[in-house]
Design a protein around this ligand. Structure first.
Ligand SMILES: O=C(CO)COP(=O)(O)O
Ligand SMILES: O=C[C@H](O)COP(=O)(O)O
Ligand SMILES: [Zn+2]
Ligand SMILES: [Zn+2]
Length: 323
């Protein structure tokens, strides 16, 4: 099965009111852990690559690893997506280089400039059968080492969202409703602006796919494991699972997860090295990291995103459209 776009995934997810997991990938063990989980759960997948990932692993290695995953996974619908593309050039490089979906993140720009940049990417992408995600509103937190302070973060305006989608022709939209990137999402009690989300859904075309960034739950078991085995990440806190379920119920179709992968892998490796100070074969501890990712992703697919078992209906939709 070749790479697919997110079109059929989002259509079926809207019908069934579930979300597709978009997992950030940076190396072989992360990809293998995620894909193994999706295979066992028969779930659709979005594998996403950031500029930082391309810098770390190189575009060609990531593409080849994802190609290997496709072959190894049998008949799973998998999309390869550029996460937070900051300019036309990186989007073009990924479109030309085999990605089926790109994000142009013009959220830092004034409204009109964000529209112009997004339109330019949409035009280039659509001509080549690639779908585009854009972003409106600013998330607090760290993105590619750029720290957006809380007071600079700005929630998405529902009217602007409708105008933005109409004028750009974009395929999905990332919104800011209170999530943020990284492991420290809330100082006090977690809170998302669901009223705003509902208004955005009402103003957008029916079933328009909404994307939630910064959606890791920061699982306490991994935070505790990190801290127990030599780590120091006190006070890490993520988006509670029931809030993500509610977001999917309301219209969020893509849920972005990176921090939870990082935490799972690091916690398992810390534990392994602590318990086996004599080990120095990377395969021994990387295997534990990969296993931890697999179990965590299975839990997400089944209990949070609701997309376990949905691969067949998406494949059927893809075949129907290819006629
Ligand atoms: O939004 C993300 C990638 O674009 C990841 O968010 P987290 O930091 O919550 O995992
Ligand atoms: O949006 C942030 C993602 O977690 C990607 O992070 P990164 O830019 O460090 O790869
Ligand atoms: Zn952004
Ligand atoms: Zn993001």
């Amino acid at each position: 099965m070749p790479l697919v776009t997110t079109r059929e995934m989002f259509k079926k997810a809207a019908e069934g009111k579930y979300a597709i997991g978009a997992f950030n990938v940076n190396n072989m063990e992360i990809i293998q852990g995620i894909v193994e989980a999706a295979k066992e759960e028969q779930a659709p997948l979005i594998l996403q690559v950031s500029a930082g990932a391309r810098k770390y692993a190189k575009h060609i290695y990531l593409i080849k690893l994802v190609e290997a995953a496709l072959e190894d996974s049998g008949d799973l619908p998998i999309a390869l997506h550029l996460d937070h593309g900051e300019d036309f050039e990186i989007c073009k490089a990924c479109i030309d280089g085999g990605f089926t979906s790109v994000m142009i993140d013009g959220s830092r720009l004034p409204f009109e400039e964000n529209i112009a940049l997004t339109k330019k990417v949409v035009e280039y992408a659509h001509e080549r059968g690639v779908v585009v995600e854009a972003e409106l509103g600013k998330l607090a937190g760290i993105e590619d080492n750029v720290k957006v302070a809380e007071h600079e973060a700005a929630f998405t305006d529902p009217d602007q969202a409708a105008e933005f989608v109409e004028r750009t022709g974009v395929d999905s939209l990332a919104v800011a409703i209170g999530t943020s990137h990284g492991a420290y999402k809330f100082k006090g009690d977690p809170r998302l602006d669901f009223e705003r989300l509902q208004k955005i859904v009402e103003k957008l075309p029916k079933d328009f796919p909404i994307v939630l960034h910064g959606a890791s739950t920061v699982l306490p078991e991994f935070v505790e494991m990190c801290n127990k085995y030599g780590g120091n990440i006190p006070g890490a806190k993520g988006v509670p699972e029931d809030m993500l379920r509610k977001a999917a119920e309301l219209g969020v179709r893509k849920i972005n997860i990176d921090t939870d992968l990082r935490l799972a892998m690091t916690a398992a490796i810390r534990k392994h090295l602590y318990e086996h100070p004599d080990h120095f074969d990377p395969r021994q501890y990387l295997k534990d990291g990969r296993d931890a990712i697999k179990e965590m992703v299975k839990h997400k697919l089944r209990n949070v995103l609701g997309c376990a078992g949905k691969a067949p209906e998406i494949l059927e939709e893809i075949k129907k459209n290819r006629g």
